[in-house]
Design a protein around this ligand. Structure first.
Ligand code: NAI
Length: 343
């Protein structure tokens, strides 16, 4: 019997508890060896302990160094700071991994298999922003500072290049805007080219593209790319674009990897409009669980999980409403469990 792996479980807000229950049922069917420590965050954290990221939750992740989380609600404008951003900072989750893989054929783009690796902590997202008031206008001038460090670029690029080698990617493309933001994104490009020459040459092909051209190329011919690696803001935008190529956020998993922990999640939010109705699609969180199994070197269980999703959607044709089907979360979960039991 395989060893038990302690992991933190955050059910999250809105549809979070529904898609987490579905994911746990499927992981149970797979006999995945996780020993869950259930904690709260987001709105549930505020309601239960007055804090969107309670100390007990942080302590749990510090202990397990591994978490699966449902979506967390963040109020727009005022209110509390995003728990997702705080988790990234707290555990130095510097790499965001977003694979995009066509599961249901016949969409606008078939046979997509693309990985986006985004720097998660630096760049224009560090939040150093302010206004300069002039005369009667308190917002007359807006300023933002971006910071990219050599060390931050290097650890992210190293992670991306190692992942490319480990997963057999043939080509890695560095996405930048070094023609305009010569220092801020030039340092990322320069560090990547240098690292490749010194450590990775011959292991895969490396090229680079300017972010605006990349967006156009992704829509015209996404198959020309294999792995994209880029800075925080560009990665945020391009990873959603890439999710759109394979049917939208409902099918998009994400992994946040750092030196001190790894946190796996669906890319979509808490979907308050459909919460509690039993119709949410748990596929994105299930695919995040597959990434978590990969991370724990349980590749066989990850492969069985992905196969069950493919078969339930494409052979049994059990699909939730967002995919044009009529199944509820429970019926889809049951189809997955049956596929695993008979697989
Ligand atoms: P959302 O992703 O929650 O919803 C957008 C639309 O997609 C809605 O119509 C929703 O019903 C649908 N949808 C999303 N996931 C679905 C699923 N699994 N199955 C079926 N339909 C699904 O985005 P929204 O409404 O902008 O955000 C709601 C809340 O989620 C906000 O408080 C936001 O801050 C939070 N959020 C949290 C994230 C996280 O924890 N990683 C990521 C994005 C948003």
């Amino acid at each position: 019997m395989s060893q038990v792996i302690p992991a933190t479980l955050i059910a999250g807000d809105g549809i979070g508890p529904e898609i987490v229950d579905a994911t746990l049922a499927v992981l149970d069917a797979l006999k995945a060896p996780f020993e869950w420590d259930r904690q709260v965050a987001g709105l549930a954290g505020v309601q239960q302990s007055g804090d969107p990221l309670p100390k007990a939750t942080l302590d749990s992740i510090r202990r397990t160094r591994l978490a699966l989380k449902g979506p967390l609600e963040t109020p727009s404008g005022g209110g509390y700071r995003s728990s997702n951003v705080r988790l990234r900072e707290e555990f130095q989750l510097y790499a965001n991994l977003r694979p995009a893989h066509t599961i249901i054929p016949g969409g606008r783009f078939d046979n997509i298999d693309l990985m986006v690796v985004r720097e998660n902590l630096e760049g224009l997202y560090i939040g150093h922003e302010h206004y300069v008031p002039i005369d009667n206008d308190p917002h007359a001038v807006a300023m933002a500072t971006g910071i990219n460090t050599r060390q931050g670029c290097r650890r992210l690029l190293e992670f991306a290049f190692d992942t490319a080698v480990a997963t057999g990617r043939k080509k890695v493309t560095i996405v930048h805007k070094a023609n305009i933001m010569k220092a801020l994104t030039g340092i990322f490009l320069e560090t990547g080219l240098d690292l490749y020459e010194r450590k990775y040459k011959g292991k895969f092909q490396l090229d680079s593209v300017i972010v605006d051209a990349c967006a156009m190329k992704l829509v015209l011919n996404p198959w020309q790319f294999d792995m994209l690696v880029t800075t925080n803001l560009f990665g945020d935008i391009l990873s959603d674009l890439v999710a759109g190529l394979v049917g939208g956020l409902g099918m998009a998993p994400g992994a946040n990897i750092g030196a001190e922990a790894a946190i796996f999640e669906a890319v979509h939010g808490s979907a308050p409009d459909i919460a509690g109705k039993g119709i949410a699609n748990p596929t994105a969180l299930l695919l995040a669980a597959a990434l978590m199994l990969d991370h724990c070197k349980l590749a066989d269980q990850a492969a069985r999980l992905r196969k069950a999703i493919d078969e339930a959607l494409n052979i049994d044709k059990v699909r939730t409403g967002d995919l044009g089907g009529s199944a509820g979360t429970a019926a889809y979960t049951q189809a997955l469990v049956s596929r695993i039991a008979n697989g």
